[in-house]
Every structure is written in C-alpha cells, then in structure tokens.
Design a protein around this ligand. Sequence first.
Ligand code: 13P
Ligand code: SF4
Length: 327
Amino acid sequence: MAENVNLCATSISDPLRKRPQDGLSREILDLKRRMNAVILAHNYQIPEIQDLADFVGDSLGLSQQAAKTSAEVIVFCGVHFMAETAKILNPGKKVILPDRAAGCSLEESCPADKLRQCQEGNPNFFTIAYINCSAEVKALSDVICTSGNAVKIVNAAPPERDLLFVPDENLGSWVKEQTGRPMTLWPGNCYVHVEFTHAAISKLRQQHPDAPLVAHPECIKAVRMLADEVCSTEKMISYCRQSPAKSFLIATESGMLHRLKKECPGKEFVAAPTETCRCNECRYMKMNTLDKLYDCMRAGGPEVELNAEIIRRARDPIQLMLDISAR
Ligand code: 13P
Ligand code: SF4
C-alpha cells in the first residue's frame, strides 16, 4: 500500500494535548514502518488521524482494505465494531485500536441474546445485520451490510424468506423504500443522526437555496425526504466531486467535512445543524486522539480479542457481503 507521507497535521492549541502534534504524527509513521502496520481510519476521525492514515473511508471500504492488507498489524482508528470486523477477517493478525471504549449506540441497541429471542419467534427469518453491531450479532446473522451496499444486499436476499433488518431502523426504512422489500426492523438508531430535524434543516435550506442537501441514511425519514442525495460517507465524496454545485449541506457526523474539503477543493461545505447546536460529533469516534494512537502503537494494545468460535461464525456473513458487493 502506498505510504501516506502527508505530515501537515494542523496545529491545534488544546492545552490537554501532551505532545507537539506534527512531531507526534512523524513518530506514529515511524512506529508504523517498524511494526509493519497499516493505519485504517474512518471518515469521522479527527483531521490529524485522517491525514496520516494509509486509508480513510467508509465502513465498506475499511472492511475491503482489512480483507486485503498484507501488513502484520492493523491499527484501526474508528469504533470498536469496525476493529472487530477487521479481526474477524484477519484472525491471525494483531488488530489494535486507540480506545477500547469507542462504542456505538447502534451496537448497544441490539444485544445478541435479544436478537436470538427474536429469531426464535420466526424460523423463516433471514437476518441482515448492518455492520454497526457486535461480533456476536454478526455471528447470528445471515449476511452483513453497510450503508454503502445495503440496497444491493437486500436485493440479493432469498425471496422466500422473511427479512429481519438489525439494528438501524432508519437505514432499514430507507432500504425498504429503495427495494420495495418488506422487512421487520429492529428498533435501534444512531444517536448522532437522529438529532437532525426537519425544522432545523429546512431553515438551513432557506439560507442556502442553491446548495444540495446530502444526508446519511441513518437520518430520520423527515430529513431524508429533504435530501437531494442519501448515501454512505464514501458516496458523499463522489457525489460532491461530480456535482456542478459549489456548496453543499452535509447531514452526517462533522468529521466528514475534513475529507470533503480536501477532496473537493474550491467547494463549500456546511455542516447541517441540529435543533440545539451545529456540532454533530460522535462521542465514540472522537475518543481517538493522536496521543492515544501513539500510545496504542507503542504498547501494542488495546488489542481486539475474540473467541475462535465467534470469529468462525461471524466470518461467513461478512464474506458473503464482500462477495455480493464485488458482483
Ligand atoms: P459509513 O459506512 O457510511 O461510513 O457509516 C458509518 C457510520 O458509523 C455512520 O454513522
Ligand atoms: Fe455509531 Fe452513530 Fe457514532 Fe456512527 S455516528 S459510530 S452509527 S454512534
């Protein structure tokens, strides 16, 4: 993989930060070389982490990268379920992450025992799990999907089965609209994306009448209805790059704006507001800092550890997703 040598981390005058940031970025890249590691980062990570990662992308792109990396160590800058997915795809490799506590409200909403109980109520259920769930939930599922391939995955589901979609009811209802396929939806949601409201976004649209609204499918229906494009974080990049528009309203986690600005120079991006504030930050994604990244690489942990049986059972539905995506 081509090494990213961009060391221009923005200097932030935060007194809580322990070390000069550009020097730290250089040390992280040096450690990475010595460990034969690859650094994967989600689009919601802080700019300094995005700028030194080997690959920055959405959940689908990150799983694809994890599936094909030849590095010995995977350093995953995202949230815990993403690092777990990388471990399931690479059971023989070391997968480490800056903060073990970086969870996800969607993952929390769907405990494996509750899912098992629900599945027992209908033996004809075919369970499609959004990748934002635990390894145990993946192990109970027939196929995994991300926001980038959910429509394709649902369209490929066996027609004679009853579909159970877990754990995001908003992504699930959007996919139902796109595919026309009835599905039972698990009542979970992303605590960040449900904060966007029809009223707040309508007001913003009046202030920027020419700017298309791009929304993540984890947003509620009343917000999705206002959007010009509903898509995964990766597709937001290609949509904004190709569009002739000069400014865009972005209804997703605010970390997305860094990559949009970098990859679409000359265009303006406005983070959609919630009712109460403009900063839509995922507290889990933002647990990762350069200091914690450096420390985890020095210490070789926290490390993702999963039992072999869970890895074996969770691997098939992830692999099925990757195979369907590649078709
Ligand atoms: P993407 O796969 O679209 O990046 O979404 C991941 C996520 O956690 C959205 O909140
Ligand atoms: Fe989970 Fe929402 Fe954070 Fe994405 S933004 S990791 S769905 S809590």
